[in-house]
Design a protein around this ligand. Structure first.
Ligand code: FRU
Length: 321
């Protein structure tokens, strides 16, 4: 091919690529009105993957928004660096879902000091100086789980059994709230015994598997497992299954993603889960609302729902699964 023809072809390709980008993104980055940064803690857990999907789907409805998502790779230091980077990029708003409260507080404060509106999502930080918090009510979810555990173990005033609780990350408020809410109900039952002392699986299935495997070795009788999220409840289930004891035990989790927790309940692997809606879509909507000059509330609480064998199949159907 001659040089001139080659150049022509290159030009055509470039033009085509631009059109595709415009079609896909709605507008060029430089035409966009708002640059919004979202610092996500990790992308490997199923709930986090759904969270990113939700925020991307919402962003696709707003051609005026350029959304930058960073991945903290489940490390505080990496997430701190990500937020510092977003501050340097002078984002118009910062959304952050922290790995843990204490470690992310300083950098959130830096963003606030730089006059960047901050939207804290799902897990909190140790300051109230932010613009808004969006997330589920973990105390309420914990209470619902505790109330159901009491029912499963024989009912109010008569509940009895050995309980394994597997904590989420110790440095996070959701883990503490899920614990406190649960115990508001179960601590009233003298027949309930707790087999572990504050053992954390850091929200991970494999860590929960190991905790449960040890608990099974040390205890002949386990009646109920309360995992602070579905991956951990499922990890515990798998450990019990590996030693043929899964049928003796009830497993309660939290998150209730249709393609994860709800499916596990429908399969009879988990006894129950509670939905913990991701704040992806709502968080972005609120940030845009704020940037457009509207008032936003200090806290937005997302709803929850109990999922058992009774409604799991219907929920799957409603979600096209
Ligand atoms: C994902 C996750 C969810 C849990 C939430 C709590 O990282 O562990 O499973 O519900 O974080 O902040």
């Amino acid at each position: 091919m001659k040089r001139r023809e080659l150049l022509k072809l290159a030009g055509l390709t470039a033009a085509l690529l631009t059109t595709t980008a415009m079609l896909a993104g709605g507008a060029h980055a430089q035409d966009k009105k708002w640059k919004i940064g979202f610092s996500q803690v990790t992308t490997i857990e199923p709930w986090r993957a759904q969270f990113n999907k939700d925020i991307l789907a919402e962003a696709a409805k707003h051609p005026e928004v350029e959304l930058i998502i960073t991945d903290g790779e489940d490390k505080t230091e990496k997430q701190v660096a990500d937020v510092e980077n977003l501050i340097r990029q002078e984002v118009d708003a910062l959304l952050v879902s922290p790995k843990e409260s204490a470690g992310l507080t300083g950098v959130v404060q830096q963003a606030i000091d730089a006059k960047i509106p901050v939207f804290v999502l799902d897990r909190n930080v140790e300051t109230n100086d932010y613009t808004q918090f969006v997330g589920g009510d973990n105390k309420l979810i914990g209470r619902a789980a505790g109330e159901y555990a009491v029912e499963l173990l024989g009912g109010k005033g008569k509940a009895a059994g050995n309980v394994v609780e597997i904590w989420g990350g110790m440095g996070t408020q959701p883990a503490h709230d899920r614990h406190d809410g649960f115990h508001e109900f179960t601590d009233k039952e003298p027949g309930i015994k707790y087999l572990l002392d504050q053992q954390s699986g850091d929200w991970k299935q494999d860590q929960a598997y190991n905790i449960m495997a040890t608990a099974l070795r040390n205890n002949e009788k386990i009646d109920l497992v309360y995992g602070h999220n579905d991956p951990m409840a499922y990890g515990a289930y798998l450990a019990a299954k590996d030693v043929g004891r899964e049928k003796d035990i009830k497993f309660i989790g939290i998150d209730g993603l249709p393609n994860e927790g709800v499916q596990l309940v429908a399969n009879g692997e988990l006894t129950a889960t509670f939905t913990y809606v991701t704040p992806g879509a709502e968080g972005l909507r609120q940030a845009i609302k704020f940037l457009n000059g509207e008032k936003v509330e200090k806290t937005i609480t997302l709803p929850t729902q109990k999922i058992t064998k009774e409604n799991a199949a219907q929920i799957l159907k409603d979600n096209g699964l």
